[in-house]
Structures are given as structure tokens and as C-alpha cells.
Design a protein around this ligand. Structure first.
Ligand SMILES: [Fe+2]
Length: 156
């Protein structure tokens, strides 16, 4: 599925050429760009069924959340490093994203492996979209760890 146009006019095509350049784990990584693309597709599917989700934030999350992983295992600081990269690139590459939405993006990246539930539907969609792709590493997604009814419906 080709993503819809960005509501704010963010140049995602350009961002997808920049962010993978600094990814250190290689094209075959289970946390690499092919995973990011599936997360984006899951996020857009959830968003189509969930009121109030910011589609720019969820697409940026898909791109940044694992972008600065340094190994395939625990790496507890990787979400914060992905958030820091997003923060660094914001002014130059996607200034269309206003501060409140940038804060959602940073929160989603920082907490995606440390926190299970959150009230914000945009951040909840970010968390769920990543968890829906756990099948790639042999883990069946569990509804107890999901936030949105749309994501829960996708695994039933
Ligand atoms: Fe991920």
C-alpha cells in the first residue's frame, strides 16, 4: 500500500533517503528499513479505524523509532537515540511538524519498548504498529499489550 500524502506536506520520500543512511545493522536486520515499512503500513491501517490519530506522527515514528539501534537485542537506549535524531533533523527536514506533534513523536520513540499503555491514540497507534510486526521474530502479538481496538481486531 502506498502511503497517502502528508497532511502537512512533509517530504517523506526525502526523509526515507536520509534516515537509513545512518542505520548500522544492515539491510537484513530484523529492526531495519523493511520492518519500518511494515510498521508504517500497520500504523496507517490502525489509523484508518481510530479517530484522532495524526498520520504524520505515526509515519515519522515508523521511520525513526529503530533507526539508531546498535544491536538486535536489548539496546535500551535505542528509542531515545531515534528520538534525538528526529529532534536534530526537525528544523531542517520537516519543520512543518509543530511542537506538540514533535513531542508526541519524541515520546513515542523514547517509550516504545519501555511502556505498554498510553491514553494518547496517536502514540498508542505507534506502540501497536510496532508490536503487530513481532511475528517477524517469532513472537505472536498479544492483545494485552495493545492500546487500540483496531490493532486488537487485526490479531484476532
Ligand atoms: Fe520496531
Amino acid at each position: 500500500m502506498h502511503p497517502p500524502p502528508s497532511p502537512r506536506g512533509i517530504n517523506f520520500e526525502r526523509l526515507w533517503t536520509i534516515v537509513p543512511q545512518g542505520f548500522s545493522l544492515g539491510a537484513d536486520s530484523v529492526h531495519g528499513p523493511s520492518h519500518w515499512k511494515r510498521v508504517e503500513a500497520f500504523a496507517l491501517e490502525i489509523a484508518s479505524l481510530t479517530p484522532g490519530v495524526d498520520t504524520d506522527v505515526i509515519r515519522l515514528f515508523a521511520l525513526f523509532h529503530d533507526s539508531r539501534r546498535e544491536n538486535e537485542y536489548g539496546d535500551p537506549g535505542h528509542g531515545a537515540r531515534g528520538a534525538a535524531l528526529a529532534f536534530d533533523l526537525h528544523q531542517r527536514e520537516f519543520p512543518e511538524l509543530e511542537t506538540a506533534a514533535l513531542e508526541q513523536l519524541v515520546t513515542a520513540c523514547c517509550w516504545h519498548t519501555h511502556r505498554t499503555h498510553i491514553d494518547d491514540p496517536t502514540i498508542g497507534t505507534c506502540f501497536d504498529s510496532d508490536r503487530l510486526d513481532l511475528g517477524r521474530v517469532g513472537i505472536t502479538p498479544d492483545a494485552r499489550f495493545l492500546n487500540t481496538t483496531a490493532a486488537m481486531a487485526l490479531i484476532l
